[in-house]
Design a binder for this molecule. Sequence first.
Ligand SMILES: [Zn+2]
Length: 249
Amino acid sequence: MVTDTYRELPHPRPDLPSVRRALAIGAHPDDIEFGAGGTLARWAANGCEATMLVVTDGSKGSWEPATDRAALAETRRAEQANAAAVLGVTRVIHLDETDGELEYSMALRAELCRHIRLARPDVVFTHDPWQHYQIHPDHRVTGTAALDAVVAARDPLFFPEQELAAHRPAAVMLWSADEPDHWEDIAATFDLKVKALLCHRSQGTNSMGGADQDELRRQAFSDQVREWAAEQGAPGGLLLAESFKQVIP
Ligand SMILES: [Zn+2]
């Protein structure tokens, strides 16, 4: 007997219809670019008003024990601004929580809710808080708090003292998802994604294989990012993509 062993592959969902505003919430400077930089660049080019919200100050992002953490946070703020400009992102918000020490709190949920109600995005991007074996506590906390903030922003009885109208985004897109079901084509904006990532020069050694040091390593990093984009795109039938788990609030 012949058994049909072919699995039906998931089909990429069509692009979301006209996203006018997007809000990306990341734990650290550079997280948003890794997760959704290509998508944001494409949407921004199509007139989408994109906001990046970076929760922590990135002040532990160095393997050099003698690092001046306040100076590093300052550097990373500037790098984030450069990366945002490359992608065409309109606005960057920094919550300046201490890197590595983010804890879940109602205050954090309320603050993220406030920004969602102010920005009124059609789409919110953030970390998948359910990603298996995600060891960075800031990534887990940010993803959880951002999702909880989406629920709070939607329901008017949460945080009425904010005196802001409730807002329900059309979708939340979780990057680094174990079970992606939505793909965004980044073939046209792949180079911008890499360029934006390379703005984070302070991270060249610890998360980009020495890309800040010479052209050879910059190219190796670019190839690595291309490989990830190809891997993410393959199940969605795309050459280069960012994949997401889409949640409808
Ligand atoms: Zn991070």
